[in-house]
Ligand binder design. Structure first.
Ligand SMILES: [Zn+2]
Length: 268
């Protein structure tokens, strides 16, 4: 495995330790840049949480059957419950992104190295989430999410505040020449985020790749945030599919709009 993975020194100061992020009272990471939006909740769990039992304000998060694709599911309120184009209790709807304008709907994905991307449109009351590994990134899932917001909720890119959670960093995300070639075919700027490491192997920077797509879609740069913590390096906080050979757990990323102040409960 890569040998240049450097563990950050443990600092006393949370801001120093977690650039761009803070730990919530419940123990999740949150983007400090999103604290200005009351009425919305978001978080990125760590491996200390039992994510399967996560509830937010009494609501159970909605999950999809993630397939590393680019399908976005709209989740909309319909009287007695939610009719998210087929989301069911058994969570068997395939897809890798969700969007909703309904309050009290907590959108969630599971990740362990792939990049979790959330967005808020604070003025329009809409939230979205996407699962962006290299396949989803290559399929432009964040652009698909923005397009879904435009089509369904008339969102402009300027309405969006986007946050990227912990994922495997370019320090550790080794990819093969086939992945590099696939990106070069589809993206003129692929060489900006797939680079040679000192040991001669190729590394993909998921955050930069998705930032590029967000900027190309028109999201203002100062409305894009990221938590630059590598899931592979930071085994003190995160599961990593690569580090654990796919046998470990996964983190949960979630986002929703809650009309009153609510607690995020780890266990119920
Ligand atoms: Zn790393």
């Amino acid at each position: 495995m890569p040998s240049i993975c450097v563990k950050p020194k443990i600092a006393q100061n949370d801001r120093e330790l977690f650039p761009g992020a803070e730990l919530s009272p419940a123990g999740f990471f949150r983007l400090t840049g999103f604290s200005r939006f009351p009425g919305f909740v978001h978080g990125f769990t760590r491996k200390v949480e039992e994510a399967g039992k996560l509830k937010v304000g009494g609501y159970s998060p909605l999950f999809l059957k993630q397939v590393h694709g680019d399908r976005i599911i709209a989740v909309e309120e319909t009287g007695a419950g939610f009719s998210p184009e087929g989301i069911t209790e058994d969570k068997q709807v395939p897809g890798d992104g969700m969007i909703t304008g309904a309050p009290g709907v907590i959108l969630a994905i599971r990740v362990a190295d792939c990049l979790p991307v959330i967005f808020l449109a604070p003025e329009k009351g809409v939230v979205g989430i996407a699962h962006a590994g290299w396949r989803g990134t290559r399929a432009r899932i964040v652009a698909r999410l923005i397009a879904a917001g435009k089509e369904r909720y008339r969102l402009a890119p300027e309405d969006l505040w986007v946050g990227m959670g912990p994922a495997i960093g370019s320090c550790c995300y080794q990819v093969g020449p086939d992945v590099q070639e696939a990106f070069r075919v589809d993206f003129s700027d692929a060489d900006d985020y797939i680079n040679l490491a000192p040991d001669g192997s190729l590394r993909l920077d998921l955050i930069r790749a998705n930032q590029s797509q967000l900027r190309a879609a028109g999201v203002p740069a100062d409305q894009i945030f990221a938590i630059s913590l590598c899931t592979f390096c930071r085994d003190d906080h995160f599961y990593s599919a690569r580090r654990e050979g796919g046998k470990g757990g996964r983190q949960v990323a979630f986002v929703g709009r809650i009309e009153q102040s609510v607690a995020v409960e780890k266990y119920l």
